[in-house]
Ligand binder design. Structure first.
Ligand code: ZN
Length: 487
């Protein structure tokens, strides 16, 4: 008979371990047998099959144990009444986790976490208050690596089938603050675990997601609400970036190979793992409760969306951080204000304001260059300086110099000739240096070693190249050489 009380949100496994360790029997196996019989249960399972035996050996009700001390309720909201009822019946009858797997809840999308987890702050508090630290249901949920209450990383102990262990009773580990995404997922999971709402209808739920996506600009605001799949995926990945290496989260994010989410991510697919929904909810809503508010007011929200369709939304570029980032990066690349305004589809006035706010000097337009500056640019253009270098010297954009060049069409062929001459000098000098450094090199060896120079000269300066290369080896001598090498 179990005499110990079960604590708030304690797992049935934790309760069983405490009872076994305190039973006074010399062998834990004997204590286990007396409590749950000699069936081979997977003790650490998220949905243990021995709850009924424990209920029979105590004053607890089996439904209370299943609802409050296993993860069963976590699977309820996104399930159907019949599916959920059959899960409950199977767990009551002591079915193993493999049978639960057949429901598709735990299959493929996420395995059971490989560790049993506890929060060091919760554990210390319980040890001081109750004399024992125990395993919490909410710390064992898939994808949860932080304590929703304390925002610190949970500590994991490798899980194995028949282990009988409690969390460390004096955890003196260094506390590590978890990233906000980890705490957010933990809070959503706890909310789902404790949710008492009725089962959700899949079509209505999908519509709630669509409406929210449309509000966020990730779906059309038409009657059909078509989703921007790539934008949707980006939003989810961005929200959960800090958790992308957590196996169960990674399993969901890897669906669709980084492109569109595949069919099993669709809201109507058979496999409705709660983690998949939580990742979507976390990206679109602030809480499960907010999602439920949308779910219960679909028509009103859709009508509002449709009525706002033709009202032009004022652009608020100052709130758009990504626009500011893009503009600043293009300004630092030396793009002109007009080019940026064309590419970012916003007015030059906005670009100017962003630049002023961030202390960036804007490249000057050529029409504002005064006479002396234009004269200097002309001289630099005349001696064949590249536009990018002139832009640096004159502290203005490359586009401004190119525009200035277009005013002097006669300069173009001249600049071409100057540039050709400069290249010719460069490659001729390189080849002469090469023949000096390696006087015994054959033509082929030089060609291999100085590929760029050889190719340029061969293409543009053939006569000079031929007159400065070592003499060619006659074919007969080449064959002789080969024969000698073979011999
Ligand atoms: Zn905690």
């Amino acid at each position: 008979m179990i005499t110990l009380p079960i604590y708030s949100r304690e797992t049935v496994y934790s309760w069983l371990v405490r009872q076994v360790l305190l039973s006074g029997l010399p062998y834990p196996r004997a204590a286990l047998k007396s409590l749950i019989g000699d069936q081979h249960f997977q003790l650490t399972s998220l949905l243990p099959g021995y709850s009924k035996s424990l209920a029979e050996n105590s004053l607890c009700d089996v439904d209370e144990l299943l609802n409050e001390h296993t993860t069963m309720n976590y699977f309820r909201l996104f399930s159907s009444p019949s599916k959920y009822e059959s899960l409950r019946v199977e767990l009551e009858a002591g079915c193993s986790i493999t049978m639960v797997n057949q429901h598709g809840w735990l299959a493929t999308l996420s395995q059971q976490p490989r560790e049993l987890r506890y929060c060091p702050v919760c554990a210390t508090d319980e040890y001081l208050r109750l004399g024992v630290a125990y395993w919490h249901v909410e710390h064992q949920l898939p994808g949860c690596i932080a304590c929703a209450k304390h925002g610190v990383y949970l500590i994991g102990i490798k899980r194995w089938r028949n282990m009988l262990e409690l969390p460390l009773q004096h955890p003196d580990q260094h506390l590590v603050i978890a990233p906000s995404a980890a705490t957010k997922l933990a809070q959503l999971s706890v909310e789902l675990l404790c949710c008492t709402d009725a089962f959700l209808a899949q079509r209505q739920l999908a519509q709630a997601y669509r409406i929210r996506l449309a509000e966020l600009g990730l779906a059309t605001t038409t009657q059909k609400l078509y989703i921007d799949q790539y934008g949707f995926r980006e939003k989810i990945e961005e929200t959960w970036r800090a958790l992308r290496y957590e196996p169960s989260v990674a399993a969901v994010l890897s669906l669709g190979h980084g492109q569109m989410f595949p069919k099993c991510m669709s809201f109507y697919h058979q496999s409705q793992h709660p983690l998949r929904h939580l990742l979507v909810i976390g990206a679109l809503f602030s809480s499960v409760t907010e999602m439920l508010e949308y779910y219960h007011s679909l028509n009103a929200r859709h009508q509002t969306l449709l009525s706002q369709r033709h009202v032009r939304q004022p652009r608020t570029p100052y709130e758009d951080e990504s626009l500011v980032r893009r503009v600043l990066s293009q300004l630092s690349d030396g793009l002109s204000m007009n080019a940026i305004s064309r590419q970012q589809r916003c007015s030059a006035k906005i670009i100017k304001r962003i630049a002023l706010q961030h202390g960036v000097t804007i490249s000057r337009n050529p029409k504002f260059l005064h006479h002396a500056a234009r004269r200097k640019i002309w001289r630099l253009l005349l001696i064949g300086q590249p536009c990018s270098e002139i832009a640096k010297i004159m502290d203005c954009s490359k586009a401004a110099i190119e525009l200035e060049l277009s005013y002097y069409p006669e300069l173009k062929p001249l600049r071409k000739k100057i540039q050709y001459f400069k290249l010719q000098q460069k490659h001729r000098t390189a080849l002469l240096k090469a023949t000096d450094a390696f006087p015994n090199y054959s033509r082929t060896q030089l060609q291999k070693r100085y590929k760029a120079t050889y190719s340029w000269l061969y293409k543009n300066d053939t006569d000079w190249l031929n007159s400065h290369l070592p003499p060619t080896i006659p074919i007969s001598e080449r064959q002789l050489g080969k024969a000698k090498n073979a011999g």
